[in-house]
Design a protein around this ligand. Structure first.
Ligand code: ZN
Length: 694
């Protein structure tokens, strides 16, 4: 039934709409598609009215007064909309998807309008200029400064023709980015190759079977025929395992030249990249900044493009001698074991996989038998409780699927324990659930300016691990365990905050390139023998992971890390220079080649066009930000080294981490929090040591 067919239905608020319910926890078991539109009618109406009131004369330029009107209404809208989006991600059904799709535009429209409202910007400026602004606490001051900054970066200071041009640029860039992404997708999907299974010798049986099924699904029913594509589950194992060298070459070339001048002209991304880079520089110039790289760094932890380039070149310089050794070893192995005298780009993954197997052969399945889900969770909870002085207890709450669990987090002190946060744990893959793993907030910590007072944070921790089969507990791979720790790192950042301001509590207001610090930090524990012992119990024997197996896992961790670091530096330097140097747009490929000449050990093949499919930069949020991966890795390794020095279970170090980083959230610059924890600026050493590069 289509609710929208009868307009009278829209006017009658549904009695008992769980999305409008103000009780403690959302009724996830009762929210239905038909609740979405009526709830948004109410909530958007309230938020709109709040905006009008907030910018009017009745609300004085006072932080608390403004927050009481605007934040209360906007948070209520965002929270309910967050529940809808969450349900669509974890328990999708066609009706809910349709309801969400129909309403999305309204929410985006309101949010965009809110962020560009000149009257609201004037009101925030008046708050900042008022005498009481000097009395604002640090968190409020930071929230106010962030809000003013975002208005400025959104073009609020511009007038007349500049303002118009700024808006034009935004619109055009959004369009170009979308087309860039579509071209990559189209070019990826346009490639298909039908081969006989005899040519796929070496490829794992499940990949082979999938390629056969795919051929069948495309109407090719002759026996043994396989369909090959450039999608990750096909192309990656193909390049790693297929013995057929010319097949690897064909696929590699297709992959490396996607959306370039070697394919159909209408899918060539070259002109799009050029226009995007030119427009981004113009956008920065309108805001009075030297380059788009400078603009991108304004809300980030890194201070200047030169600092980032220095950081990346330093990484490359240190990784180089290791990478040279790794490459020499790979070439020797390829020549002596695989009869590949001259290693070509399409041989690299294949020879590397072969070398890796010969060095550390152990099967993931063998390791998996030790990581039974209940033992992993018990060990993880015990670690968190020990380090951060909290207790985790399972509690009752309405959930969206019977396998989802809900836990309260209590702070344990001399006076007993008090609740500080809670989280939903949704671990298993199932139909209707989006892939991947993520942490999301169901609610933020906030001392509300209305009668409800202190609101405690609630997190969603979502993964896609294999569910248990029959009576046996679910088994996790070591990668699954790392993912779980990673998401808990984000979750603890969200949940252990003690900040009272909505805009900067937990992960809110944290610089983009510092967000992964608490999450990557937690991953380090998954490489500790003392931790893993407590996380493992063999599904049949109950024995912990054997030490010898653990040692091989650790050795495999740093396999070719020098080469990987070089490649990452190459891409990140390309990104930074493309957005920094005024002439970069005129010849993007020339810049890519110049960076390769500086960083890479082997010149890339002349047909290589990776920028043309680099969606992070041209259709994602990573423009002049790709360095963020390595940046967060350095911070998290350096932070973790404090635990290595004091003992990884040291409660005093744990308490310091909790207080200086997790509790502070976005209430101060991330560098200040880091220095408060480490007593100095970040250093590279720990990351290099963890990667085997020192
Ligand atoms: Zn993350």
């Amino acid at each position: 039934m289509n609710d929208r067919a009868d307009p009278s239905l829209l006017l009658q608020p549904l009695p008992d709409n769980p999305l409008l319910d103000r009780s403690e926890l959302p009724a996830f078991d009762r929210i239905r598609a038909e609740h979405v539109a009526p709830a948004l009618d109410v909530l958007l109406g309230e938020a709109d009215a709040a905006l009008e009131r907030a910018v009017g004369p009745e609300v004085p330029p006072d932080y608390q007064a403004l927050s009481a009107v605007l934040d209360v209404a906007v948070e209520r809208l965002n929270r309910a909309w967050g529940h809808v989006r969450h349900l669509q991600a974890v328990a999708d059904n066609p009706a809910l998807r349709a309801a969400q799709g129909e309403q999305q535009q309204r929410v985006v429209e309101f949010t965009t309008r809110l962020g560009a409202d000149e009257r609201l910007y004037a009101k925030y400026k008046a708050v900042a200029a008022s005498p009481q602004a000097a009395q604002l606490n640090t968190a409020r001051r930071k929230a106010l400064d962030d809000a003013l900054r975002d208005f400025r970066l959104g073009g609020a200071e511009l007038g007349g023709a500049d303002k118009q041009r700024f808006a034009q640029i935004q619109e055009r860039c959004a369009e170009l980015s979308q087309r860039f992404g579509e071209h990559v997708l189209d070019a990826t999907e346009a490639f298909e190759l039908y081969v006989d299974e005899a040519r796929l010798a070496g490829v794992p049986p499940d990949v082979l079977q999938a390629a056969k099924d795919d051929a069948q699904a495309h109407g090719r029913t002759e026996p043994g025929v396989c369909r090959l594509t450039l999608k990750a589950p096909c192309v990656i194992p193909l390049l790693q395992y297929a013995h057929d060298r010319s097949l690897r070459e064909t696929v590699f070339r297709a992959q490396a030249t996607r959306a370039s001048e070697f394919g159909p002209a209408e899918q060539d991304n070259t002109p799009l990249m050029q226009e995007l880079l030119v427009l981004r520089q113009e956008e920065a110039a309108l805001l009075g900044l030297d380059s788009f790289a400078h603009l991108s760094l304004v809300p980030k932890m890194a201070e200047a493009p030169e600092q980032v380039l220095g950081f990346l070149r330093d990484l490359a310089r240190r990784a180089r001698p290791y990478a040279e050794k790794e490459l020499a070893r790979l070439r020797a192995h390829a020549a002596s074991h695989l009869d590949l005298a001259e290693l070509q780009p399409w041989d690299r993954a294949y020879a590397s996989e072969h070398l890796k197997q010969s060095l550390f052969a152990f099967s993931g399945t063998e390791v998996q038998q030790y990581f039974t889900e209940p033992t992993v969770l018990k060990g993880l909870f015990r670690l968190i409780e020990t380090l951060f002085g909290v207790a985790i207890r399972q509690q009752d709450a309405p959930v969206w699927h019977p396998s989802v669990r809900y836990y309260g987090l209590h702070r344990v002190g001399p006076q007993g324990s008090e609740p500080v946060a809670a989280f939903y744990l949704d671990l298993h893959a199932r139909p209707g659930k989006q892939q991947g793993a993520w942490m999301d907030d169901a609610r933020q910590r906030w001392v509300r300016p209305d009668e409800q007072g202190l609101q405690l944070p609630v997190a969603h921790l979502v993964c896609n691990f294999a569910p248990p089969v029959g009576e046996r507990p679910a088994l996790m791979t070591h990668d699954d365990v790392i993912t779980l720790f990673h998401e808990f790192g984000h979750g603890l950042h969200h949940m252990l905050t003690r900040v009272d301001e909505l805009a900067v509590s937990g992960i809110a207001g944290v610089e983009w390139d510092a967000c992964e610090l608490p999450s990557q930090f937690m991953e380090n524990f998954c490489w500790e023998w003392e931790v893993l012992q407590r996380l493992t119990a063999h599904v049949d024997s109950g024995q912990p992971l054997p030490r010898a197996l653990f040692d091989r896992m650790v050795a495999a961790r740093t396999f070719q890390s020098g080469l990987q670091m070089l490649r990452h530096s190459e891409y990140a330097i390309f990104d930074m220079r493309a957005h920094l140097e005024p002439g970069a747009a005129s010849n993007v490929q020339a810049l890519a080649e110049a960076v390769a000449a500086e960083i890479a050990l082997v010149p890339p093949p002349s047909f290589q066009r990776y920028p043309n499919s680099f969606t992070h930069l041209f259709d994602g949020g990573y423009a002049a930000g790709y360095y963020g991966y390595a940046w967060a890795e350095v911070l998290s390794a350096d932070a973790y080294s404090a635990f290595e020095e004091a003992g990884i279970f040291d409660p005093a170090t744990g308490a310091r981490w909790r207080e200086t980083v997790l509790e502070a959230g976005g209430s101060r610059p991330a560098m200040e929090s880091f220095k408060a924890f480490r007593g100095r600026e970040p250093q590279l050493d720990a990351m290099l040591r963890h990667q085997g590069l020192a």
